[in-house]
Design a protein around this ligand. Structure first.
Ligand SMILES: Nc1ncnc2c1ncn2[C@@H]1O[C@H](COP(=O)(O)OP(=O)(O)O)[C@@H](O)[C@H]1O
Ligand SMILES: [Mg+2]
Length: 448
């Protein structure tokens, strides 16, 4: 435990409505979400997961950028200062501790990519009708919406991520939300969710995305208990190609986990939730992620880069093959301790080559971690565990997926939790066009 980072992350319970334990082991509130499945679901088998089958999604997110002007290493502001449910802590390291390293230029620049958002005026918030809730997250919720007008070039059904401005500001997520928009509006890849438009009203910001109807990989994994190596290979290969694409722009994702991986109608994975994605030419010190998936360098505040996504690939691969993640505990601190100890238990069902692959991703020494060595992602593609994978055919989506989610209409939501219908009064811009009320400066999001 001594090795753990000095800053104490605070409970991340609140807007998500999810129950979890905080980093100190105190229970946080979670509304029990009713689950409706078309086949019986196996009980959650991971001790790291709560009774309703959802991950204890404690998110630690504290900005600790070294490039702030402060000379003292850490300054904390309490919940009372920030008016928030968790303490907010900014930790700035002196440059002696972290000497700058030359930035690493990406093969392509995100800025050179066309922005794939609708032209201003083509779509407006009040053009959409809410059909239901698909998911709840840390700062808001994701809705299923229908475009009421016939607009050339657009389908009628979408997912709309709604983030409460006051929560985003209170939890100091403004930069993350702007980065999510900036990055997602420029990425176009078959395994990455599309962002079509963003909006804001007096209370919320909105992100209009493609609706990915097959549900979370998390749901399918819990139902199956665990996947065979062939099924795991298919999904992991999807993710490897998505990460290779993201990393080619120096975009790190930082929130890989089955909850953020959705199945599209053909059964391919689609990466959603770019709330922690960031363009990083060198290293960053932002402490964020989900405890079970955090790389040691994040826990140790050593500065981190693309290698954290490859570490998370090892965790994900293990979780798919075994049914629960390799490092779990009642409390996040217990999880961090296990991650730093590095002992992985191998059930007999995990074959030698799969163990080798996972161990290659779970190297604490980043210079020896698969995906992060001189050969980059190509080393992963060429690993013997992936022998026989036709990567080009996979990227062209020509390979039959192991699970084809059954749906009967464009707005079929059978693969998602049945969550309560949202209160539309909390989303005034969706009800009618708002006369622009004078907004407090801190609640304006100029990019949206
Ligand atoms: N494009 C989408 N299509 C369908 N469901 C989605 C989509 N995006 C998100 N969801 C659902 O909403 C949940 C929360 O969204 P997410 O972006 O992960 O929010 P958070 O950042 O709060 O975790 C996801 O886990 C998923 O179940
Ligand atoms: Mg998420």
């Amino acid at each position: 435990m001594d090795q753990l980072v000095a800053p104490t992350p605070q409970p991340a319970c609140g807007a998500s409505g999810e129950q979890n334990v905080d980093v100190l082991g105190q229970p946080c509130f979670r509304q029990p979400a009713p689950i409706a499945y078309d086949v019986p679901m196996t009980p959650p088998i991971s001790p790291g997961h709560s009774e309703n089958g959802s991950r204890g999604a404690l998110r630690v997110d504290q900005d600790m950028e070294p490039d702030c002007q402060q000379e003292t290493p850490c300054s904390t502001s309490t919940a009372a200062d920030s008016g928030g449910a968790r303490d907010s802590l900014e930790c700035c390291f002196t440059h002696e501790q972290h000497p700058p390293t030359p930035p690493n230029k990406p093969p392509r620049l995100l800025e050179d990519e066309p922005v794939g958002l609708a032209e201003p005026g083509v779509l407006k918030l009040s053009d959409f009708e809410v059909r239901g809730t698909l998911g709840t997250g840390t700062f808001g919720r994701v809705l299923l919406v229908r475009l009421k007008t016939i607009t050339p070039g657009y389908h009628s059904i979408f997912a709309m991520k709604v983030l409460r401005k006051s929560e985003v500001v209170r939890l100091r997520q403004v930069e993350h939300v702007n980065a999510e928009r900036h990055i997602l509006s420029r990425l176009r890849h078959p395994f990455v969710v599309d962002l079509f438009a963003t909006f804001q009203d007096s209370l919320n910001i909105y992100m209009l995305m493609s609706y990915v109807p097959g549900g979370e990989l998390f749901t399918h994994l819990r139902r199956a208990r665990r996947f065979t190596p062939d099924v795991t290979r298919f999904y992991l290969a999807n993710i490897i190609l998505a990460l290779k694409y993201l990393h080619s722009f120096n975009v790190i994702y930082r929130d890989l986990k089955p909850e953020n991986l959705l199945l599209d109608p053909c059964g391919y994975l689609c990466l959603t939730d770019f709330g922690f994605a960031k363009v990083v030419d060198d290293r960053t010190w932002t402490l964020c992620g989900t405890p079970e998936y955090l790389a040691p360098e994040i826990i140790l505040s050593e500065g981190h880069g693309k290698a954290v996504d490859w570490w998370a690939c090892g965790i994900l691969c293990y979780e798919m093959l075994v049914g629960y993640p390799p490092f779990f505990d009642e409390t996040p601190y217990g999880i961090y301790d296990k991650i730093l100890n590095g002992n992985v238990h191998w059930p007999r069902s995990v074959d030698r080559l799969s163990q080798e692959l996972i161990q290659a991703f779970l190297r604490p020494d980043r210079s020896k971690r698969l995906g992060n060595m001189i050969g980059g992602p190509q080393d992963v593609l060429e690993h013997p565990w992936f022998r026989g994978v036709d990567w080009d055919a996979l990227e062209r989506r020509e390979i039959k997926a192991p699970i084809i989610p059954h749906t009967t209409s464009l707005d079929d939501t059978r693969h998602f939790l049945h969550l309560p219908f949202p209160s539309l009064h909390d989303m005034p811009g969706l009800l009618a066009e708002e006369d622009s009320p004078p907004l407090h400066k801190s609640l304006q999001f100029p990019d949206f």
